[in-house]
Design a binder for this molecule. Structure first.
Ligand code: GRF
Length: 202
């Protein structure tokens, strides 16, 4: 008899991913769409430090549980760990999360927190380098290329071990806005693929 449950995995057997973001959440949404029905990876929680962040609307739209953890609450180890434990989170994906990840969280999730940066690290990274500031700096520098970097998160902004980079060639006619568009397109294409390659043990 055909076993209709043969290939199904219970929720608890999946890698349960928390998506952290402070802004629009377009990367988070792409990741949610990619893994909604995935056999081994589950977008289980969206976390934002901002009550009015677009990423929370994306979570609600896709029926993903969400939590707001303010800047101050993020320093509260017990509280934050409890939120993640309640949702059985075993991997954290930062997607436009602007706060620094505290050491206790890095220690609780060793090599299990990744980030995406909209440029080719180590260039154009570090504190205060986010959003359009990055693309404006790239433009000002006259660089002939930019790109995306997916990396593990350590205690220094934009510093952890690089997992993946993808280059984008620039021409003098590119503006910070056009650079932003090209970068976001690559992010949407590659972030879900890299997450799958790291987490899917199929
Ligand atoms: C992305 O460009 C990402 O590289 C950076 O923040 C931006 C988030 O955009 N870390 P979105 O919220 O996913 O639309």
């Amino acid at each position: 008899m055909k076993d209709m449950f043969k290939n199904s995995t219970s929720k608890e057997d999946k890698v349960q991913v928390a998506l952290f973001g402070s802004g629009t959440g377009s990367n988070a949404e792409t990741i949610i769409k990619t893994f909604k029905d995935h056999p081994t990876i589950l977008p289980a929680l969206v976390v934002s430090n901002k009550v009015d962040a677009g990423i929370l609307n994306k979570a609600a739209f896709h029926n993903i549980p969400s939590a707001v953890i303010s800047k101050e609450e993020l320093q509260d180890q017990e509280k934050t760990i409890k939120v993640l434990a309640d949702h059985k989170i075993n991997f954290i994906v930062l997607a436009g999360f602007l706060l620094k990840i505290p050491s206790y969280l890095i220690n609780a999730f060793p090599n299990k927190i990744i980030n995406i940066h909209p440029a080719l690290l180590p260039d154009f990274g570090g504190k205060g380098m986010y959003g359009m500031r990055v693309h404006e700096a790239v433009k000002r520098s006259g660089a002939s290329k930019t790109g995306i970097t997916i990396h593990y998160v350590d205690e220094v902004y934009d510093h952890g071990k690089v997992i993946f980079q993808r280059q984008i060639k620039l021409t003098p006619s590119d503006s910070p806005e056009s650079i932003a568009q090209m970068v976001l397109k690559e992010e949407h294409e590659w972030y879900p693929k890299i997450i799958e390659s790291l987490l899917h043990k199929g």
